[in-house]
Design a protein around this ligand. Structure first.
Ligand code: ADP
Ligand code: MG
Length: 290
């Protein structure tokens, strides 16, 4: 039988916009030491707009943007949506890309008009032997902007900086967790400079950046091996393995089905400060039982 207090709390939580899928995990919430937040789509809204275009050669902005849009119109990534929206706003048109291939967590590859196109993270480019030395890259990243590189015909041609909106509730959630003695940590596939800028803005003391999708769950295990009980909050397909490994997996309700299916608790309102409500509710519920 379901203990009465738990039953009451579960319906209480439904009213608060929390969907508890695993009650044992909910019970563990009262003993958490750290909450790991995915950046894009969780702490931020995950809706990117192009804020800057930096030409690395003697190309032309709209021409390079059209190449990028041709490839990105085949992708569902929020960065891709931002680039395509900018190209549409400028009234550009582009040919259909072929041989399109996603490099998960790193970018996209395609053929446009017979030219090889890559739109990738600066980190991916550095790993494949092409470091971007233009100082404007670090400058943009230090403003918290996500930067991707357009490589056309093997040559880096342009940087696209994209700005995302930090959810107004994120900062309060992190401050309230701190007051409860729970540390907040950011996890992202984005660059170090961006992670640093966003975590400073939010008051987060620790982050993991340039984490590839298959490494996210390893970071959770790393924290657990320090003896921490860890919650993971995420929205994306990439976050699913980390949600499963965490002591408590929390999915943003507006996220992907895969994330929601992998989570112990779902935040119906996509509000990170509901994580604080989970802790409070778990502590109140299980205190009454002992
Ligand atoms: P996060 O962990 O922040 O949710 P992702 O793992 O989805 O981010 O992506 C990590 C990085 O990979 C992005 O910051 C970007 O540099 C690059 N990337 C992924 N998909 C694309 C794409 N379609 N176009 C350009 N860059 C991409
Ligand atoms: Mg995300």
């Amino acid at each position: 039988a379901v203990p009465l207090v738990v039953a009451v709390s579960t319906s209480l939580s439904a009213g608060n916009g929390l969907l508890i899928r695993d009650r044992a995990a909910f019970e563990r919430a009262r003993n958490l030491n750290a909450v790991v937040f995915d950046k894009t789509g969780t702490l931020t809204e995950g809706r990117f707009g192009v804020s800057d275009i930096v030409l690395l050669g003697d190309g032309e902005e709209n021409a390079e943007l059209a190449f990028a849009a041709a490839a990105e119109s085949q992708s569902e990534h929020p960065i891709a949506h931002g680039i395509v929206a900018e190209a549409k706003d400028r009234g550009l048109s582009w040919p259909k890309a072929s041989e399109v291939r996603n490099i998960t967590g790193e970018g996209i590859v395609a053929n446009v008009d017979g030219e090889d196109i890559r739109i990738v993270s600066p980190g991916h480019l550095a790993r494949t032997g092409d470091e971007i030395s233009d100082p404007r890259l670090r400058q943009l990243e230090s403003q918290g902007k996500t930067v991707v590189v357009l490589v056309r015909g093997g040559v880096p041609r342009a940087l696209f900086a994209l700005a995302d909106i930090v959810r107004p509730e994120s900062k309060r959630a992190i401050a309230e967790l701190k007051a409860l003695g729970v540390e907040s940590i950011m996890l992202t596939g984005d660059a170090h400079g961006v992670a640093q800028a966003v975590s400073e803005e939010l008051g987060i003391s620790e982050y993991f950046a340039e984490v590839l999708p298959n490494e996210k769950s390893e970071k959770i295990e790393e924290l657990q091996s320090r003896g921490l009980a860890v919650a993971m909050v995420g929205d994306g397909v990439n976050d699913a393995p980390a949600l499963v490994v965490a002591d408590l997996g929390i999915a943003i309700g507006a996220g992907t089905d895969v994330a929601v299916e992998s989570a112990d608790i779902v935040l119906v309102r996509s509000d990170p400060s509901d994580v604080v409500a989970i802790l409070g509710l778990s502590r109140a519920t299980y205190r009454k039982m002992v």
